[in-house]
Design a protein around this ligand. Structure first.
Ligand SMILES: [Zn+2]
Length: 544
């Protein structure tokens, strides 16, 4: 890291007068801090301006959310999404380095100069088979079997780009030093890229990483987050073909090795820690039944709550794969890492600053139509709770997870162990959904997503202003990073030196569906919203 400017330990507490602002009306109340940073009327004035600026950009934000929704691209194939984002960023004065870290659909956009360097990131990829008409409260695919935004990754870039443009305007006018970076979480659903961004040095000079992710509320946390990290490994076996009926004894089946590996893993599962998660798909099961399968592959996700335990699971997987090869007289031809993610740990100072801004902005005001859609979907899914959308932000900032039972992963974990990072969660989705499913796409091109993204952009802009104008906060963030977070645990990549990004993943699926998807790309020059373009009445719900 090679930094020498991080100074003293300062206890940070941020007290805030909460005044909901998501609807754009009144100005934020002055912030009083006891974190060594004096209250500054200039900061408060610029914050008021930033909120007003983001509010004035809400159509732009909506267009971004709707456009990326309509592209519906899977990880590593975010071609239209990238072209669209890069175009907007260039038009707004950013310099864009394209195809970074050997990944065609990744970029690093930069504007400004000097310190601090603030890097804004958010994921962009969709979910297989999640195609869904927005604003319709039951399963109604736009294109049967096609990908869709069944996680809501179409909304995060709108949050960051809107915030960045609003803050840039103020920085230009007042000649405030600082550098803004914007980057995509390419192929996050494959946890496929962020470790490579780190390996290629893209976060070396970054002071603070502000990540953002869709949720059903405004929130942020510090310390170890719940959930897991993971390594994603594809095991490929090689045997020998033979006539499956004429001379099966001459053949050696690679598919047998895959099946025995899975059986071995599933027996072992009983003796693995309860807080681990593991799952697999067979990516190659052979060619046709009358030819003994010469090659076969199975793709595993090994998830656990700490780096050393992820490594242990991976070792167990490797041993079982070797055993399966021995049993079947095949060879283990390769173990390919297709993705990886460190468990996430977020910065205390940056989380406290963000939390103060969340309290200031508050939740959007949901309309009757928004609530009708949310409740109808919750009913459709058979949820016990059918309370609709969340009305207000939580009572307190979330600290470190106490009893981590495992769960999902995000490769923002890798960045969070290299620079002070937080994830701002913003309310563009409906509570109580299964995740990675068509249901999670329903709100994502509706006023729920639009208002949620605008609220998120306000918080992001306010946090940027805090960090730009109060260098002591950056120092405190690094003090926590160096003297608390990484005191006992240091980052070592899960990717091996020869591993490369798995950029060919999802290529065939996208080639198949893109011509159909193109017919539905959003055209903001003709339609105010994507719902309007699709001719969908908002909300569309089943008759009671
Ligand atoms: Zn996600």
């Amino acid at each position: 890291m090679g930094r020498s400017r991080w100074i003293s330990v300062v206890v940070v507490t941020v007290a805030v007068v909460a005044t909901p602002l998501a609807q754009g009306g009144s100005a934020p109340q002055p912030t009083s801090r006891s974190n060594g940073v004096k209250p500054d009327p200039k900061v408060d004035r610029l914050k008021n301006e930033a909120v007003a600026e983001v509010e004035s950009m809400k159509d732009f934000t909506q267009q971004m959310v709707d456009s990326i929704f309509s592209f519906a691209e899977l990880g590593f194939q975010e071609v239209e999404t990238n072209r669209y984002l890069i175009d907007i960023l260039k038009k707004n004065g950013f310099t864009v380095q394209e195809g970074i870290a050997g990944i065609p659909t990744a970029f690093m956009a930069t504007w400004g100069s000097g310190k601090p360097v603030i890097a804004l990131g958010s994921d962009i990829d969709g979910i297989p088979q999640a195609s869904q008409k927005p604003g319709v409260a039951y399963h109604a695919p736009m294109i049967e079997g096609a990908p869709g935004h069944g996680e809501g990754h179409n909304s995060g870039q709108a949050v960051n780009v809107t915030a960045a443009i609003a803050v840039k305007k103020i920085m230009e006018r007042d000649k405030i030093p600082g550098t803004i970076r914007i980057w995509p979480g390419t192929a996050e659903e494959l946890v496929g890229t962020k470790a490579y961004f780190v390996r290629e040095g893209f976060f070396k000079d970054v002071d603070i990483a502000l990540f953002t992710h869709v949720s059903d509320n405004l929130s942020v946390s510090w310390g170890d987050r719940d959930g897991t990290g993971l390594v994603s490994v594809e095991y490929s076996f090689r045997g020998e073909t033979a006539h499956s009926a004429g001379a099966p004894w001459r053949g050696r089946s690679a598919l047998d090795a895959v099946e025995l590996m899975n059986i071995g893993w599933n027996y072992r599962r009983e003796h693995l820690p309860l807080d681990h998660r593991s799952h697999y798909v067979i990516t190659n099961g052979g060619d046709q039944p009358n030819v003994v399968p010469r090659t076969a592959s199975v793709w595993y996700y090994f998830r656990h709550t700490t780096y050393p335990r992820i490594k242990e699971l991976w070792k167990t997987g490797d041993d079982i794969a070797k055993g399966a090869a021995m049993m079947t007289g095949t060879e283990l031809a390769s173990t390919r890492v297709l993705g990886s993610a460190w468990p996430q740990h977020f910065n205390r100072t940056v989380a406290e600053v963000t939390w103060a801004n969340i309290k200031k902005v508050g939740m959007p005001a949901w309309s009757e139509a928004d609530q009708t859609l949310a409740k109808a979907l919750q009913k459709e899914l058979g949820n016990q709770q059918q309370n609709g959308l969340t009305a207000k932000v939580g009572d307190e900032l979330q600290g470190p997870v106490r009893d981590n039972r495992g769960g999902g992963s995000d490769d923002i974990g890798d960045i969070s162990w290299n620079v002070p990072t937080v994830t701002l969660r913003f309310p563009s989705n409906i509570p109580g959904l299964p995740g990675h499913n068509w249901a999670n796409a329903i709100s994502m091109a509706t006023p729920i997503a639009h208002k949620g993204a605008t609220a998120g952009a306000k918080v992001q802009a306010l946090t940027m202003i805090d960090l730009l104008l109060q260098p002591a906060l950056v120092d405190q963030a690094w003090d926590y990073f160096r003297n608390v977070q990484t005191k006992a645990m240091k980052y070592e990549p899960l990717i091996r030196p020869d591993d490369k990004p798995a950029i060919e993943l999802n290529k065939a699926v996208m080639e198949r569906f893109r011509p159909e998807l193109k017919k539905y790309y959003y055209d903001p020059s003709r339609y105010k919203t994507y719902l309007e373009q699709l001719g969908i009445t908002y909300p569309t719900v089943k008759k009671p």
